[in-house]
Design a binder for this molecule. Sequence first.
Ligand code: TXA
Ligand code: MG
Length: 330
Amino acid sequence: MKTVILREKKEDLIKGADIIKNGGLVAFPTETVYGLGADAKNSNAVGKVYEAKGRPQDNPMIVHIANFEELYDIAETVTPDMIKMAKKFWPGPMTMIVRNNGSIPEITTGGLETVGVRLPDNITARTLIQLSNTPIAAPSANISGRPSPTRPEHVKRDLEGKIDAIIWGKPCEVGIESTVIDMTQDKPMILRPGGVTRETIEKVVGRKVLLDPYLNKKQNDGTNFTPKAPGMKYRHYAPKASIVIYEGSENDVDRAIEVDARRMQSEGKKVKILLFETPVAAMRTWFDELRKADDNSVDVILTNALPEEGLGFSVMNRMLKSSGFNIKKV
Ligand code: TXA
Ligand code: MG
């Protein structure tokens, strides 16, 4: 299949929307990561997304909308909490899990009775959805198991020849995927931490928000957690290089990384050092750095842990998974 490159201009977005309407696949930029879009109501089109990504069929997709009102076309009920959340965080990196009123087919929801809904901030994404005149199901536009795509080049690398079009936009500002929050129970629960933090959500709903207990815990630590977002159980975000995350005071971490790097290099390994000052800096570049490391045949990545609060919790979730929970305390 020939993959067409489209630009962020109206006439190209109309072409993209026509592809979506005709059951094709279009990758597009969002503020979090690039998405691989299909008409969320077209089972055949959504089936092709699973195929192109090599994605397990039990892993549901997020449905993207262009206006808040479209939530009423999808959710069985829209609660006051959902309205508060949408008012505060939409458009933006926040996905609400709601009960499906039956309008979204089973293949899109991975057979669940619920559905994830997100209104992205990126104007190209919203325009594409609007012009397509249907909600767009879109997982991240990468081959399953590869780091999520934060630049159009990443999408091209993974999916060229497998999808109809790529809308060539800018690098994603947030750099990790949206916060997924289950709004179907009495207490909201974060299933995947992202660009919106637990702390800010608690302020908006005015009470405690639960965290899926599986998050940021090693899977094989003796407990038997199964994450509530099916996608969180897969080995994810992993480059070919191995990763070590150093935890300790800044000085100790810097020193230990230097010593270890020298030793590894003397063993003939190609080492890459990534030192992050803030969670935001780490979020924006983490996936891109992993892909660059692969392109440069890096053997080992040495990096620093960030405090697991606020956005630090979200980016550490990705870093822990990428590394296979490989923490070195110094
Ligand atoms: O930022 C994002 O959310 C990006 C952009 C493209 O919008 N999309 C994205 O989609 O990250 P994906 O498919 O890579 O991740 C969706 C996650 C998976 O972990 C999936 O299991 C979970 O959301 N999910 C989707 N629907 C769900 C549902 N009904 N119940 C529980 N988890 C759900
Ligand atoms: Mg993904």
